[in-house]
Design a protein around this ligand. Structure first.
Ligand SMILES: Cc1cc2nc3c(=O)[nH]c(=O)nc-3n(C[C@H](O)[C@H](O)[C@H](O)COP(=O)(O)OP(=O)(O)OC[C@H]3O[C@@H](n4cnc5c(N)ncnc54)[C@H](O)[C@@H]3O)c2cc1C
Length: 478
């Protein structure tokens, strides 16, 4: 049982912290309100106190204090969880928003970023040295939450997941120790944080492997009327038989303001020149898009392209969905019909979208499932239902619709020829999940038991539990 922080505890804590750490309560007015705000309004909770540290030692003091007093604790990275997992009602929040420094070494190609950095911090610092790494496709998301859950982005086809490129990290574990983790140091914890990291501590620093990225890239959107959906999906199915890792696509249903019907937007990415990109995506251009925004640009502009569709505020929920590698045309048409009917029924949801990510999966699948906690390595295509609305009374109903789509996708995949019955991989991507979603039954697939044993070792009193929680497992060995 975890407790809210009392006024007396706030005073005790303040006395232990050094002057660099800010500690705020509701009495501090606007600054406190700004600190508890989140990407989604429905994820805002009124913390009893918010601490904003700038040093790893101060994070350690905060974690020790929360452990000793059995406090309810939240850790805030970029603040994009729609399920409120970086917020607390009455407890203590450790807010990492002043820990965003990034250092890049051109020679070793290592990118060292503090736990509160956003992807824009990483992308911008890396490209200055002619480098890039796998990162989020909306650059104001936090590297913290995204990395600890696995992380996929436009460079995934080439280099795998974010955690496949994590070389080292510094984690403040529940007893306050600041542990360096890598293949050579605290290797068991390194294994656990690569996919299930939200459960093991506060990540104050990440070291990512960077890759040469001196060329510009081709990226942007192609907009199609919905009658093209079948041809688009068939085109992708054919294209992906000879896919190239430097290319990726994202097929989205969206209803831009002023459009009478929901349209199909295909966002494309090609790490190469325009002629090669247009050749690779020829099937899309042949289908006569009604609008094209794709063009050549510097790499660090790429992950800003979707920002206008993902602005802060309003009520939101993400729902992980998964479809087969060979995408079933009739099923995707059914999803489009569900989506457009729902928006017609409830126009307050018209900024919602449904997307399927289409990249070369061979790199992700080349990494053995047992090599780290991340378990979404099945031969499937991850997708997402991004729900958005304004009416708080509709929170449950709108989420329920998203979960209905999630269940439908899961049933379809299980019924498909591609499903092997393998329970080692997890079907839905753990980072697109909220408490109460389908995936929460077994988010780490075959890695679940080892994680439970490591939870007992590093966090037996379950201080960190908000994202895909793990119950500690006591064994004779531990
Ligand atoms: C607009 C949008 C775009 C997205 N795009 C992608 C994408 O391209 N690829 C992808 O893989 N995922 C993507 N996601 C999903 C994303 O990975 C998760 O929402 C992720 O949790 C966001 O991390 P955050 O730090 O911004 O969130 P927060 O709300 O701050 O944190 C989410 C969880 O992570 C924990 N956490 C955050 N930082 C730390 C830290 N340093 N140490 C310990 N715990 C921490 C929090 O405690 C909480 O449990 C996207 C989400 C959104 C909303």
């Amino acid at each position: 049982m975890r407790h809210p922080i009392t006024a007396q505890q706030v005073n005790e804590l303040a006395a232990q912290l050094d002057a660099s750490t800010r500690l705020l309560t509701a009495a501090d007015g606007d600054y406190y309100e700004k600190l508890i705000s989140r990407w989604a309004d429905n994820a805002v909770k009124r913390a009893g106190a918010v601490a904003v540290p700038v040093s790893y030692d101060e994070v350690s003091k905060l974690v020790k204090f929360a452990s000793a007093n059995k406090l309810e604790l939240a850790v805030r990275g970029g603040g994009h969880s729609t399920g409120g997992t970086s917020s607390t009602e009455g407890g203590l929040t450790i807010d990492l928003s002043r820990m965003r420094a990034v250092k890049v070494d051109k020679d070793t190609k290592l990118i060292v970023a503090q736990g509160g950095a956003l992807w824009e911090d990483v992308d911008n610092a890396a490209i200055e040295k002619g480098l890039a790494t796998v990162g989020g496709t909306v650059n104001h998301t936090g590297i913290g939450g995204l990395t600890l859950g696995g992380g996929m982005g436009w460079l995934t086809g080439l280099y795998g997941t974010v955690v496949d490129n994590l070389v080292e990290a510094k984690i403040v574990v529940a007893d306050g120790r600041i542990l360096s983790v890598s293949e050579n140091e605290n290797a068991d914890l390194f294994w656990a944080i690569r996919g299930a990291g939200h459960n093991f501590g506060v990540a104050v620093e990440f070291t990512f492997r960077g890759y040469d990225q001196t060329n510009e890239i081709y990226a942007g959107g192609l907009v199609f009327t919905p009658d093209k959906l079948t041809s688009l999906v068939e085109g992708f199915n054919t294209r992906m038989k000879t896919s190239e890792p430097q290319a990726a696509g994202m097929l989205l249903f969206a209803k831009p303001p002023g459009m009478p019907v929901a349209v199909v937007v295909v966002n494309v990415f090609y790490n190469g020149d325009e002629a090669a990109a247009k050749e690779y995506f020829k099937f899309l251009f042949d289908l006569q898009p009604v609008a094209i925004t794709a063009k050549m640009m510097p790499y660090n502009h790429l992950n800003a392209l979707l920002n206008p569709l993902a602005t802060h505020g309003r009520r939101k929920a993400l729902k992980a969905v998964t479809v087969t590698n060979h995408i079933d045309v009739a099923f995707v048409q059914e999803l489009y019909n569900d989506y457009s009917q729902q928006l017609e029924k409830n126009p307050d949801m018209s900024a919602s979208f449904l997307g399927i990510e289409i990249h070369d999966v061979s790199k992700i699948q080349s990494v053995p499932l047992e090599s780290m906690a991340f378990a979404n390595r099945g031969p499937y295509r991850p997708g997402i239902v991004g729900l958005e609305w304004t009416d708080p009374k509709m929170d449950e109903e709108n989420r329920a619709w998203g979960r209905m789509i999630q269940a439908k996708c899961r049933q379809a995949i299980i019924a498909s020829k591609e499903f092997s019955g393998d329970t080692k991989t997890s079907l839905e991507y753990a980072n697109y999940v909220e408490p109460g979603d389908l995936i929460t039954d077994r988010p780490f697939g075959g890695n679940q038991q080892r994680l439970a044993i490591l939870k007992q070792k590093y966090d037996p009193d379950v201080l960190f539990y908000k994202t895909n929680p793990i119950t500690p497992l006591r064994t004779e060995a531990n």
